[in-house]
Structures are given as C-alpha cells and as structure tokens.
Design a protein around this ligand. Structure first.
Ligand code: NAG
Ligand code: NAG
Ligand code: MG
Length: 260
C-alpha cells in the first residue's frame, strides 16, 4: 500500500511536470489488467477494459461511480502511460485538423476547451478518492478546486499553444460555478494557459439544467456574437453533444466520472 502510494505520487508529479520517470515505475504502473467482473455493478463477464471502452464511446451512460472492482484498473490507467498516450492521440488529431484549415485570421475563429480533465487535471484529488469508486462529494471536491492547485494536462496544453499560434482563440466553457471564476482563472494562468477570448462559467440560472443544455446554450450565444467554433474538446460527451457543437469535436479520455 505504501509502495503504491509512492508510485501514485511519483506519477502525479510526472503529470504536472511532463518529465519522464524511471522504467521500474513504468513497469509497475503499466499492468493494465482487464479484470473480469465478479459481481458489483459490473455486468457479469464484462472486463474493466470493456467497461472503459463502453464509457469512452458513450454506450455506458448515466453512471454514478465506477464499478468497485475496476478501482485498481482505472487507477493504473490514469497514472500509467496509457492515459497520457490516449490524450496525446486526441490532441495530435485535433492539431492535424486545425492545421489543415484555411482561416481568415479575423479573430473570430475559436476553439472550445472544457476545464476539468481537459485543461486542468484533478488527478491529485481523485487519486486520494478512489479514482471514481467513491461517490462524488461536492464539498470535498470544491475545497480542492478552491485551492487552485490543479496541474495542466500536458497534451491539452501543447494543443492550446499550437492553436493559438494558428490564430485560433481559446474559449473555456466549464461546469465550474461563477463563484469559482477567480480561482479558476488564477489556476489556469499559473499552469500556463495565460490568455483566452472568454472564460465561461456556469451561472446559477442554469442550476438543475444538464451540462448539455448549459454548454449548448453558451455556444449558441458565441455563434450569435459572430464567433465561429472550429473545434471543441472535452472529456465528457456532454461537452460535445447538443447544438452548436463546432465543426469538429474531440473526446479526451475520462473513465473516472460521468456528467450528463
Ligand atoms: C463529504 O465529505 C465530508 C468530509 O469527509 C463529509 O462530512 C460529508 O458527509 C460528505 N458528504 C457526502 C454527501 O457524502
Ligand atoms: C464549419 O462548418 C460550417 C457549416 O457547415 C461551414 O460553412 C464552414 O466552412 C466550416 N468551417 C471550417 C473551418 O471548416
Ligand atoms: Mg471536464
């Protein structure tokens, strides 16, 4: 247990610093065992890998926690190389697409970025709370958010910088509440996201509304104001579904939680 915790911390630091780690750490972390379900929430015979694929493809929806027996699997996925590699594949594809566009450079082309698990990582928090095995605790999570210590997701950060260099403006649209604006802005700047066209947070008038409704409505307002949404990236399908989704959408991995 103590050894595992040390390895977790080693990897969290890697995530925030973008450095590589010793091979023995990789070998340990990299044991992605597709465990079979032995009851719990998992359909009998469904492996954790199949469950994760189902989640990423939006076939498995509306779940509150990850299956108990997949806690170890998801932890290893998140802290090992695979999460980082999967994120890189998404960001690389997004950049290839963006680079292929002939844009007028009139400051109206924007790219929508979600915040949590897209630009900022809450992995240090989730590593302490079972990687989604524990039911979501808003009090504890908001406390972590207000510390403003979330690291950047390295692959998304690289994409952000490349998009800016193409003349595409960043617009952050986050489910974080309006009263978390100052902390969120400071956290984004601290880890390198130094500029944006807009930072849109969820106003209280949206309370009770789904993320799909909130984000669609905010994107519609952007388009009404003359912006062209050339791309949209998020870790939840609710970032990418609905209306005014943008010309292309890019789904980052997130097997830890589900937001409708
Ligand atoms: C959230 O965590 C706090 C602190 O551990 C606890 O007191 C509270 O009951 C939890 N809330 C829920 C809804 O579980
Ligand atoms: C985005 O989609 C719209 C509507 O289909 C199209 O007119 C526009 O040319 C597209 N923009 C880019 C950059 O591909
Ligand atoms: Mg998110």
């Amino acid at each position: 247990m103590a050894l595992l915790l040390v390895l977790f911390l080693a990897d969290i630091l890697t995530l925030s610093q973008g450095s590589s780690q010793p091979d023995h750490v990789h070998r340990h972390i990299h044991l992605l065992r597709p465990q079979s379900g032995a009851g719990g929430d998992l359909v009998p015979g469904l492996s954790c890998l199949s469950w994760r694929l189902g989640v990423e493809t939006n076939n498995i929806i509306g779940w509150k926690t990850i299956p108990q027996e997949c806690g170890g699997y998801v932890g290893h996925y998140m802290l090992g190389n695979q999460y980082r590699k999967d994120s890189k594949a998404v960001a690389d594809e997004a950049f290839l697409y963006a680079r292929s566009l002939k844009l007028p450079r009139d400051d109206k082309d924007v790219w929508i970025f979600d915040v949590d698990e897209t630009t900022l990582s809450n992995l240090p928090y989730y590593a302490e709370h079972g990687f989604g095995v524990e039911p979501f605790n808003a009090t504890l999570f908001n406390k972590w958010v207000m510390e403003g210590k979330a690291p950047a997701l390295p692959e998304s950060f690289k994409l952000y910088k490349k998009l800016l260099s193409l003349g595409i403006k960043a617009v952050f649209v986050t489910g974080r509440a309006e009263d978390q604006r100052r902390t969120t802005a400071a956290n984004l700047k601290k880890v390198g996201f130094h500029t944006w066209e807009k930072l849109i947070l969820k106003e209280s008038s949206y309370s009770g509304k789904t993320s799909v409704v909130y984000k669609s409505n905010e994107r519609k307002k952007l388009e009404k104001n003359g912006y062209r949404i050339v791309g949209n990236i998020g870790d939840q399908w609710s970032d990418l579904l609905g209306t005014n989704t943008g010309n292309r959408t890019f789904k980052l991995p997130d097997p830890m939680y589900y937001i409708s």
